[in-house]
Design a protein around this ligand. Structure first.
Ligand SMILES: Cc1cc2nc3c(=O)[nH]c(=O)nc-3n(C[C@H](O)[C@H](O)[C@H](O)COP(=O)(O)OP(=O)(O)OC[C@H]3O[C@@H](n4cnc5c(N)ncnc54)[C@H](O)[C@@H]3O)c2cc1C
Length: 435
């Protein structure tokens, strides 16, 4: 790769202000380069706490941070609010589409392009399920879930027919990975914590079903921790249906298939936390570069995270897998380490050098199950569960949350919730069934 022209600053375009893109920009900001960060949202979303918005534990602004504010003191970083709609890799240009008030942004030119578009939920070819089973990938998704959960309790309180009341108080979470498990645990806690607020229904009668096609919950964890998690969920009132597959979702509920046949389960609220696909921007980039994608649309990148044949284009985070390498999980630390690596490789390029292959440092795996319950697997093979794992989970999430103010606010909210069993943001907002 030829060293860049020294007369004008090296232009780096970063697509996506999520975990990978943000880390890349923060590191690039310290280099003599001109950075343009383009995202279709004007904020960074801390996805690991999206389920807490969905269950009224924290408010949306506490887990988001405006991208402009993050870079306010970094004069070499420009933030552009736009949707990336295409790439011309020969001309080194990124095509944009406006997302704000019909302004037509010009295409961005780059010397190095870093793309970190993330992933999206996949409904396994049943996009029609999305209408009935909201997902947690976006802030809007989290708020829709919050409204549906809270409305279900309200509707049940007013429902005279006991059968319909029981249906309204049935919550189905599809997928028992960390997100599904966290959601199910939190819904069970809402039911437990709000018992004295309702006059007609007994919220403890709420059924929370966690449906998982695989043979255990939290399959990425060792069997022993998985078993502990299932037991802990059971004690919270969550019924784990492993080896059960959802084969249909509609306005009435879900159809579940198991070894015993198919069963229709009427449910007031269904939440989707199952399959994931790479974001659509990955396919646009693959099309432009003629690159390979795997079966969940992730781009197959070289060990230095560049696209085959395009040394000036790096793709990182959830939307990639390294060709021939060990499969990497779709988690924030992978995206963050890739983002920092991408910035370091720009630095090497400026110095006329090259980068070695990207190496992921696995710092462990954590999942929380509810108040003071979590499991953790830390290298080298240390397994922790219960309060200690939960305290670790709290500390790590607070540490990585963007913005000092957000950390203080979330810490304060968690403190209050822990002591009072309250949830400060149980608000029904958004599209309601009003005349
Ligand atoms: C509910 C949930 C819970 C999770 N919990 C955990 C957890 O506890 N621990 C953990 O490690 N990981 C967790 N993850 C996974 C983690 O959030 C992801 O691995 C991480 O966000 C990936 O970072 P990324 O940069 O690849 O993508 P993202 O962080 O998703 O960022 C992608 C960015 O690209 C932008 N973008 C996408 N397409 C375009 C386009 N065409 N034009 C402009 N902008 C675009 C998006 O707006 C977004 O800002 C969770 C994920 C979810 C959904």
């Amino acid at each position: 790769m030829a060293p860049p022209n020294q007369s004008s600053p090296h232009r780096v375009v970063v697509v996506g202000g999520g975990f990978g893109g943000l880390q890349a920009c923060l590191k690039l900001a310290r280099l003599p380069v001109e950075v343009t960060l383009v995202d279709r949202r004007n904020f960074h979303l801390f996805q690991p706490l999206a389920y807490q918005v969905a269950t009224g534990a924290v408010s949306p602004a506490e887990i988001c941070y405006p991208l402009r504010r993050i870079f306010r003191r970094r004069r070499n970083v420009r933030v552009v609010l736009a949707e990336v709609v295409g790439f011309d890799l020969a001309a080194r240009r990124v095509a944009l589409h406006d997302v704000a008030l019909g302004t037509a942004p010009e295409a961005l030119e780059y010397d190095t392009l870093i793309v970190s578009g993330g992933s999206q939920y996949s409904y396994f070819g049943h996009d029609e399920w999305q209408e009935y089973a909201a997902e947690l990938k976006s802030l809007e998704g989290a708020l829709t879930i919050r409204r549906r959960i809270l409305e279900a309790f309200e509707a049940a309180e007013l429902e005279p027919d006991p059968e319909r009341q029981a249906e309204l108080l049935t919550f189905v979470v599809v997928g028992a990975g960390p997100t599904g498990v966290e959601m199910a645990g939190q819904i069970a806690e809402i039911a437990r914590d709000t018992r004295n607020e309702f006059r007609v229904i007994d919220t403890w009668q709420a059924k929370v079903l966690l449906v998982e096609a695989g043979e255990r919950v939290l399959a990425a964890f060792p069997k022993r921790l998985s078993a502990k998690a299932e037991k802990s969920l059971g004690s919270l009132g969550v019924t784990s249906l492993t080896n059960h597959m959802v084969t249909g979702i509609d306005a009435e509920g879900v159809t579940i298939k198991s070894g015993e046949g198919e069963e229709k389960v009427p449910a007031g609220t269904v939440i989707w936390a199952a399959g994931v696909l790479a974001a659509s921007v990955a396919s646009k980039l693959a099309e432009a570069a003629g690159s390979e994608q795997d079966k969940v649309d992730r781009l197959l990148v070289e060990p230095d995270l560049t696209l085959p044949g395009y040394p000036d284009v790096l793709a990182i985070g959830d939307m990639v897998q390294v060709k021939g390498g060990d499969p990497l999980p779709g988690v924030a630390p992978v995206a963050m380490q890739m983002g920092r690596y991408a910035a370091r490789s720009v630095r090497s390029k400026l110095r006329g050098g090259t980068s070695g292959p990207f190496k992921y440092k696995d710092k462990g795996n954590l999942a929380t199950l509810g108040r003071a319950r979590a499991i953790a697997e830390l290298p080298p093979g240390i397994k922790v569960s219960g309060f200690l794992a939960w305290a670790l989970w709290l500390g790590i999430h607070l540490w990585y949350l963007v913005g000092f103010q957000n950390r203080v606010l979330v810490f304060t909210r968690w403190g209050f919730s822990f002591l009072t069993h309250g949830r400060g943001t149980r608000l029904i907002t958004g599209e309601q069934n009003m005349p």
